[in-house]
Design a binder for this molecule. Sequence first.
Ligand SMILES: Cc1cc2nc3c(=O)[nH]c(=O)nc-3n(C[C@H](O)[C@H](O)[C@H](O)COP(=O)(O)OP(=O)(O)OC[C@H]3O[C@@H](n4cnc5c(N)ncnc54)[C@H](O)[C@@H]3O)c2cc1C
Length: 347
Amino acid sequence: MRFDLIIVGQGLAGSVLACEAQSRGLSVGIIDNGWKLSASMVAAGMWNPVSFRKIISVWRDQECMEALQTKYPAWEKSLESQFYFDRPVMRVFPNQEYADLWAKRLSEGMPWIQAVHELPDRVKAPYGAGLVDQAGYLHLPRFLQSVRDLASAESRLLEEEFDPKYLETDAGRRTPDKPVVYKHWQADHLIIAMGTSARKLSWYQGLPLQTNKGEVLDVSVKDFQRYITANNGKWLLPYNEEGYKLGASYDWRTDDLETSDEVREMLLEKVQLMLDAEVSVVEHKVGLRPTVKDRRPLLGELETRIWSFNGLGTRGVLISPLLAGELLNHIFDGAPLHPETDLNRFK
Ligand SMILES: Cc1cc2nc3c(=O)[nH]c(=O)nc-3n(C[C@H](O)[C@H](O)[C@H](O)COP(=O)(O)OP(=O)(O)OC[C@H]3O[C@@H](n4cnc5c(N)ncnc54)[C@H](O)[C@@H]3O)c2cc1C
């Protein structure tokens, strides 16, 4: 079979790329090992244009939000599925100093943020709270399943372990006009979107792709509202009709996939500081976020016709629609990559 593009890895990165490529009329083959090691299947999938640590807009906020707000709803239509949900975030202030900083940002006209005048029932916020109403989450398991079902129905899915030894890849011999060949598939280009598993590929030696271990709890909460995410440094997200998600932890020191009792207790203690309701754990999940030492993604050419779409980090849902478009513009039209995403910054 012949494609414009083969994508290796069908997590968030590979799925967003596939949707963006197909919306441009490109043909796409997907290779994935069945979400064996997938951050995306664990993630809460939240998006929010504000970083709460210093109360500032996130990196490229306007561009990312514009891409997010147009692309996911369009892909919901083309995939005939619902996975994109609005869910405003209420930031519960930890102290008076933080409340003062929020008020200062409001008076400076910072976009996205608002004051909160009335707290939902059962929320404890002695120093007050603020709101970001353009926020929400992507139901990642549903999004990924929809992309996979379509690829499978159109015989564009190889559900197996990608092994570069089957790739006719000889940097010395390959000429720019020769297609990429992987087993019985051919394509003009192949994009690696394997998340943290890409670290074992020789192309990534010398690139600072790292892991950031994260744990999240699926919880049930008795008699609590379902329309706002509450955040006091940890967050409680009303998730579809399935309950709530409570998270998350961040650990750069290890790449094991063990859940920890300590993290579970820490999350439960923290949520009780802002919530007067009974919380019980349904499931405890863990995953490895693909991240980069300068907290920017790794996009660009690994070898002739072999590309990287990786390192989406903690805000993959928000940044990936914009960046997938930029990578495809680069590959097919020669448009320059944003310098902070170009993997050549490490060469
Ligand atoms: C606890 C937690 C909470 C998070 N919460 C959020 C959040 O709220 N919002 C947000 O934006 N981000 C969040 N993230 C981060 C987000 O998960 C990542 O940015 C994103 O999922 C990375 O997607 P990816 O496709 O690059 O990697 P992955 O999801 O890891 O996908 C890689 C895919 O490649 C496949 N693969 C790997 N190796 C091979 C191989 N050799 N052959 C075939 N297939 C292979 C894997 O099985 C997988 O399907 C969270 C992460 C964690 C762990």
